[in-house]
Design a protein around this ligand. Structure first.
Ligand SMILES: [Zn+2]
Length: 187
């Protein structure tokens, strides 16, 4: 395969928050790459400047429910209502369920609402204190393929390791000939 066609998608869950998201945006701008932010709509509402900046800088916004709701701990009606409330704030059909899981009935209902659901195939473990920056990078090197979706978190818990690893991850991806793109918000 022609190396110019290799693409990967960086995604950030659980923000936006002022303690972390602006620094992620600064790093992405420095490298000239676009990413996708699956936002907790409650956060986006609390810090409206952040989703505005994310959009203005050409990144894609996805919906991660209004309250970061866990599908398996809530009934379908409540879950779908929370996801729709998130859509109302974030104005996007891209959706990622918190913790990557939801009930089948919830998934079915969201698909019927026209949502596009995105999980990931490369988990950086940035929220896990037992994962060093080196270990995070080695996971990315081992599992990334053409078309991979890499998950990170712009959250307090992940902040320090993630901000240190992000430039190293981007450097490596670019050296390997990957284009780093945002998910298409129109799908
Ligand atoms: Zn999450």
């Amino acid at each position: 395969m022609d190396s110019s066609s290799k693409v990967v998608y960086l995604t950030f869950d659980d923000g936006p928050i002022p303690e972390c998201t602006p620094e992620v945006l600064d790093i992405l701008a420095k490298y000239g790459v676009k990413a996708t932010f699956f936002m907790v709509a409650e956060n986006a509402e609390r810090y409206p400047d952040l989703p505005m900046r994310v959009r203005a800088e050409g990144h894609t916004i996805g919906n991660h429910t209004y309250h970061h709701m866990r599908g398996h701990q809530s009934c379908t009606k409540k879950y779908v209502a929370d996801a729709l409330r998130g859509e109302g704030v974030l104005a996007t059909k891209l959706f990622r369920p918190p913790h990557g899981r939801m009930r089948f009935s919830q998934k079915k209902a969201l698909l019927a609402e026209g949502f596009s659901i995105y999980l990931w195939d490369v988990l950086t473990h940035d929220y896990n204190p037992r994962y060093s920056v080196e270990k995070m990078l080695s996971v990315v090197k081992r599992y990334t393929r053409n078309g991979s979706i890499i998950i990170m978190h712009d959250s307090i818990k992940s902040r320090d390791r993630m901000l240190e690893a992000l430039p190293l991850i981007i450097d490596w991806l670019q050296q390997e000939g990957y284009r780093i793109e945002a998910l298409d918000p129109s799908v």
